[in-house]
Design a binder for this molecule. Structure first.
Ligand code: AMP
Ligand code: ZN
Length: 462
């Protein structure tokens, strides 16, 4: 079945054609690990995971690479401000390396809790500085750089189609404001490939390079690491929409300058999660919500995932606890219904092809997850399907939705409890009251109670 995806480069839904039959090379910009991921960041990773799961569902082999940004990302995306790692270290009175290790682990824990399949390769920027230096040398020898104020800059005026992803208008106003922010930039959109001079007194992370001791600019890591692990041309690059005008624009510029040909075939961007009137999520605004914040409030990560899947990835989503409550009650209803289905029958046979097809079409149509969820409900509520048929469809759907639907437990009394209750019944008939009481106690410890009735007994979950 055809897969259609909206390519930011063309602003159109395009039929996906892989570079290699049956395989997808996918690169996702990872987190800048100077703080916990907020739930907005996590939207970008649930999106990339759903995309990957859609390809797996279609029988593709997916090679997924995600970086971890642990150097060079300044508080302003355009080379101004302080290095985010340094800011994190100062904030917490720790070393930059402690910050990096702590928040990388926290990020991976969040991915796991959201049932995100771990990428084939996760790569830290600081472990690939040699690859970045190599790439900068290539860009330099191709004539796209200049050195000013101690830093190596990418000269955007040398690339006729610079800004094509964002359709940037390289106009006067923008030019003036950018030049003011860095007097060494020859052109307003130029950016740093390698810093040897930093605006602050010191920079903890430093490496030797042909241009002097220093550290890489933010964008070069993604170009260097993606080509290392996926080759100089690959299928899909993902990220949040904020990356379109600067980070991804500069990634394209430097990669195409280095390789001399087009670099990525499909650019996919997920929209933002906002609070209130398009308000950005940030610590300083006091609206920085992490996955742990939600868990502490009694939500399950699967409920957050369900909430995200309820909106198309290209739609801005305004976060409210009320909306999350809606997802919570939907998940609860699903759990009850699926539990009941499992009580009556195990999944049977091949899933119903018509409904499977409907689901398949929804996800292949630019990841239409709201429609995919509607198909899930149609199956759950169907009056025509047998419980076992429903369950086999739900298992299939959950390969993409990853809501843990296949793992939902039934309310059926476990075999072990039934056996204990049966034993108790036997010893009661033998009038061994002491043993009967012990067994009742044991059953109770396991979370069940036995209710004696005139002609037998009943077991109930406590
Ligand atoms: P960063 O750590 O800043 O590189 O961001 C990690 C990922 O989160 C990137 O793909 C961003 O585009 C994305 N992102 C940042 N803020 C939000 C938000 N509020 N909603 C959705 N995605 C976001
Ligand atoms: Zn990136």
């Amino acid at each position: 079945m055809e897969i259609r995806l909206t390519n930011t480069m063309s602003r159109k839904k395009e039929v996906f054609k892989p570079l290699r039959e049956g395989e997808v090379g996918l690169y996702t910009c990872g987190l800048t690990v100077y703080n916990f991921a907020h739930i907005g960041n996590l939207r970008a990773y649930v999106f990339a995971d759903t995309l990957k799961r859609m390809f797996l569902f279609n029988g593709y082999k997916v090679r997924h690479v995600m970086n971890i940004t642990d150097v060079g990302h300044l508080t302003g995306d355009e080379d101004e401000g302080e290095d985010k790692m340094e800011a994190g270290a100062r904030r917490e009175g720790k070393t930059v390396w402690e910050i990096v290790n702590f928040y990388t682990k926290a990020f991976f824990d969040d991915l796991k809790r959201l049932r995100i399949i771990f990428p084939t390769v996760t790569c830290r920027a600081t472990r690939h500085v040699d690859d970045m230096i190599e790439m900068i040398r290539k860009i330099e020898s191709n004539g796209y750089t200049y050195i000013a104020g101690g830093n190596v800059y990418f000269d955007t005026s040398k690339l006729p189609d610079y800004g094509k992803l964002a359709r940037l208008k390289l106009d006067e106003d923008k030019m003036r404001s950018r030049v003011e922010s860095d007097p060494y930039k020859r052109n307003p959109f130029d950016f740093v490939l390698w810093f040897t001079r930093y605006k602050y007194d010191s920079h903890a992370m430093q490496w030797d390079s042909p241009w002097g001791r220093g550290f890489p600019g933010w964008h070069i890591e993604c170009s260097a690491m993606s080509s290392k692990y996926l080759g100089e041309r690959f299928d899909i690059h993902t990220g949040g929409i904020d990356h379109i005008p600067i980070h991804h624009t500069n990634e394209i510029a430097q990669s195409e300058a280095a390789f001399g040909h087009e670099w990525v075939n499909y650019w996919l961007h997920s929209e933002f999660l906002v609070i209130g009137e398009g308000e950005k999520m940030s610590k300083s605004l006091g609206n920085f919500i992490t996955l742990q914040t939600l868990i502490d409030k009694g939500y399950d990560p699967a409920e957050y995932r369900y909430y995200l899947l309820g909106a198309h990835y290209k739609k801005q989503l305004t976060f409210t606890l009320e909306a999350l409550d809606g997802a919570k009650s939907a998940m609860k209803k699903l759990a009850t219904k699926i539990g009941e289905l499992k009580e009556s029958e195990a999944p049977v046979g091949e899933p119903n092809s018509l409904l499977l097809n409907e689901f398949h079409e929804a996800i292949n149509d630019d990841l239409n997850t709201p429609r995919a969820l509607a198909v899930l409900w149609k199956v759950v509520d169907s009056e025509d399907l047998r419980p076992g048929e429903k369950l086999s469809l739900i298992d299939e759907f959950d390969r993409v939705l990853a809501l843990g639907l296949s793992e939902i437990e039934t309310d059926v009394i476990p075999k072990e409890i039934k056996e204990l209750a049966n034993q108790r019944d036997q010893v009661r008939r033998d009038r061994d009251w002491k043993k009967a009481d012990e067994l009742r106690e044991l059953i109770s410890e396991k979370g069940y109670e036995v209710l004696d009735e005139r002609d037998g007994y009943k077991i109930r979950k406590k």
